[in-house]
Structures are given as structure tokens and as C-alpha cells.
Unconditional design. Structure first.
Lengths: 237, 237
DNA sequence: ATTGTTGTGTACGATACCGTACATTTTCTC
DNA sequence: GAGAAAATGTACGGTATCGTACACAACAAT
């Protein structure tokens, strides 16, 4: 069950017309998802659909050869697994909680029915998918054309966007998996960002000191998917 | 208008139950899309929705700084622009025809109405979006972890998948834009693939000689999105 | 045939990042 | 407070790719 809609932080649920949300509310339960939780696994059946309230999760691709990398990241601006909207009963991706999260979740079958009956939910969900796919597209090109420094800057910005605080609890090792680079590459990239005064690095966390400058540094790598998200969500109701 | 459904090569239209397709048929017209045609432009309004019958188009990301790269590729297995399904009246991506294409198209407004009224079309379209987003995710990670040789191999395979023939009319210059690498990097990568006997390179075209070996060479970089597409489309009706 | 254009081959120094290894520091555990 | 574990710093040779430039080959246009 759910409290006042206005207090819901998930942007998809929050934007729903009140009457639609009221229909949905009884089916939502709040769940705690500690870091490392596997929300979904590729090819395996979907138990619940999640709307994050806080924290971060990401779509992680693991190749048959054991390589791993992050394809996309999301927080309270989305829902997951996206394949649920397609009426598939299994996920297309591995989805992992990267920073302790809270999420409203509903069981998959209820979600399917709600998607059929609740036009507003449907709209919100489909736009969210579209917005996420824009992020994926830009990540793909970003990985091809930008160096580690810029990609790290981009990642930190995307992370801060989805967290209340400007202190991000992350280790170099963790970031190296996300960016699919060596751990020492993260270390040196971090030094460059810190040397420029954009961030302050501590053991196990990063504090963003000058977001504007960091955005400027990331330049090409950051901004368009974010703007596109706002555009896609702006004229919904 | 449209001929026998069984003769339609677009996999989405082809898979539709006959009665649903019959409803749709009067609104579809066949269009020729020569290479270079801009099917959609980011932020600009959508005129038509396209179901490719042949040829290839791709989602191209252009950064404010003028860099460019391909995020995803599609042929007769999809439709476009994906954002049309979200009820947005503008595209989220630039979409460019890469090899001369034919496509059934319908005007955007008809598509919106059809999506509301035609449950089968809706299902097919949403699954297609999901499948495409899987491709985007793997492209993102692929760009991060694989070298140019493997990425070229992957691209050629994805290209052949979407073309009848095994002769692909492409130049190094074109591929360098798709892969977001230098043109000479394509040349040397091409030599490696050719040296291994996987392909034969001609001026302005590439012929795939040993597809199985090429797949093995690409290994990690190729296969999962393709399998996922088949899985997503298999149990639809 | 001549000329221009387009596509491909190749070279070269510079740089970003790799794989790996190891030292150092901070935090956790007992 | 001693030892283990985790996080970070640093080094080093090797390789992939870069940016750029130029030569040559194939085709097109006149």
C-alpha cells in the first residue's frame, strides 16, 4: 500500500493522474533493495515490476565470455524491467541494484492487467521505455567516441541526478565494472577530475564539488538524454 | 495499399494475425527510400511511421560537438521511429537510410489510432521496441569492451542479417562513421578479416565468404540480441 | 585520353588504455 | 592492537587506436 501520491518520489507514479494512481495504489508495496540485489535476470521470469523511490540500479550486460559492462542506469525516474510492458514474462536484461534502493513494486500479473486497463499507466510506462532507450543509444555512442575521463564524468553526473545527495558512495573497482575499463584507469581519471576541482575523492565515495564545471568537462557526453527525458515526460497529461 | 500478407517481408507486419493486417492494409503505402534518406530527425515531428521491407537504416547519434556514431541498426525486422509508440509526435533520434530501402509507411496519425484500436499491432510494436533496446544495450557494452576488428565483424554480421545478399555495398569511410573510428582503422580491420578468409573486400563492397567463422571471430560481440529478438517475437500469437 | 573524384593502402609519431604486479593506506574483525 | 581485508596509488612494457598526411588505384565525366 501507498501513502499520499504527492509524497511518492518515483516520477512515473508521481505524474499519474490521481484517480489512476488510486486504482494502482492497493497493488503497490514498498520494498527495500540493498545494493547487489538482482532485480531481474536475463531470460528468467519476472516476479515483480519495480518503481524505484530512491537508490540506483542498472542494466548490466554480461557476455558469454564473462566480460561485463553497464548499458544503462536508472533511479526514481523509471520502472523496471522494461520488458514487462511488452507482455513478455521474462526479462531481457540483468538488472542490478547499485546503490541501496527503496522501490514500490507490484507483482507481474497485476502489472500486466493494469497496463491493459489503465491507459495512463500505459502512457507513462511506454514513454519511460522510450526515454531509457535514448539513454542506451547515447551510452553506445559515448562509449565509442569518448575517453575514460569523460565517461567517468558522465557517469558521476548521471549518478548524482538520481540521488538526493552530492556524495556518491562508490569505489574505483565498482566504477571500473560500470565503465568496462581497468580499475587503475578509474583511479587516474578520478585524479584528473579531482585535479580540476570538479570532485573530491574519498575512500569509498566521491563528492561532486562543482557540477557545472563537471558538466562542461563531460560536454558532449552528457545532457541530451536528460533533456529528452524531460521532453518526453512533460506533455503527458 | 498492400498485396498478399504472406508476401510482405517486414517481419512485424508479416506476423500480424490476418484480420488485423487487413484492417491495417488500406493505410499502408509502399515507399522507396534511397540511401541517405533522413527518415526522422531528433526533435522534429514525425510524418510517417515506416516498416522496412528491404534495405537498412540506422539510428545515428550526432553530438553537439559534431561527433557522430551509430547506436542501432534495423531492417525489415522492425519499425520506426520507435517514439511513435509512445505517443510523442516527434522522434527521439536521427534515423538514416544506410542502404537503399523499400518500406510500407503509414501516416503518423493513423498509426496512433491503429495502436489504440489494434491490440495485435500494439503487441508487435512494443515487442519490437524491446528487442531494439536489447540491441542498443549490447552495442553500448560492445563499444566499451571490444576492439575494432570485432566490432567490424559484428557490424557486417548484423548487416548481412538484414539483407538478402551476402554482398554488402559499403565503403570504409561509411563504416568508419558507423563504428565511430578512423577510416584507416576500418581498412586495417578489413584486412584482418580478409586475411582470415572471412570476407572478400572489393572497392565499395564486402562479400561475406565464411559467415560461421566470422561469427566465431566476433564471438562475444554477436548473437545475444539476435537470439533475444527471436525469443521476443516467437510466442506472440 | 585527360582530368577530377572517390575509395583504398600505408606511414609515423603521439596517446590512451591495456594487463599485471605490487606497495601503501584505511577500515574491519577478532 | 594485531592481522586480514578492502580501497587506492603507482609503475612498466605492450598494444590499439588516434590524428594526419600522402600516394596510388579505380571509376566517372568531359
Amino acid at each position: 500500500m501507498v501513502q499520499q501520491q504527492s509524497q511518492i518520489k518515483n516520477k512515473l507514479l508521481n505524474i499519474l493522474p490521481e484517480r489512476d494512481m488510486n486504482v494502482l495504489a492497493p497493488q503497490l508495496e514498498l520494498a527495500s533493495l540493498p545494493r547487489g540485489t538482482l532485480i531481474a535476470k536475463r531470460g528468467e521470469s519476472i516476479q515483480h515490476v519495480y518503481f524505484l523511490e530512491s537508490g540506483i540500479a542498472s542494466v548490466v550486460v554480461t557476455t558469454p565470455g564473462g566480460y561485463q559492462g553497464e548499458a544503462g542506469i536508472f533511479g526514481n525516474e523509471g520502472y523496471v524491467p522494461t520488458s514487462a510492458a511488452a507482455g513478455v514474462d521474462s526479462s531481457s536484461h540483468d538488472i542490478v541494484v547499485q546503490m541501496d534502493a527503496e522501490a514500490y513494486r507490484m507483482d507481474y500479473e497485476s502489472f500486466r492487467i493494469a497496463m491493459e486497463e489503465n491507459r495512463s499507466l500505459w502512457k507513462v510506462v511506454v514513454r519511460s521505455i522510450e526515454a531509457f532507450s535514448v539513454q542506451l543509444a547515447y551510452t553506445a555512442v559515448c562509449n565509442a567516441i569518448h575517453d575514460v575521463n569523460e565517461r567517468l564524468a558522465r557517469w558521476l553526473l548521471m549518478c548524482e541526478d538520481r540521488i538526493q545527495a552530492n556524495e556518491l558512495p562508490l569505489t574505483h573497482d565498482f566504477l571500473s565494472m560500470m565503465l568496462a575499463v581497468r580499475r587503475p584507469s578509474v583511479t587516474t581519471a578520478m585524479h584528473i577530475l579531482e585535479g580540476n576541482g570538479f570532485i573530491r575523492a574519498y575512500r569509498g565515495s566521491v563528492v561532486i564539488k562543482n557540477r557545472a564545471a563537471l558538466e562542461e568537462f563531460a560536454h558532449d557526453a552528457y545532457g541530451i538524454p536528460e533533456a529528452e527525458y524531460r521532453r518526453l515526460m512533460s506533455d503527458l497529461f
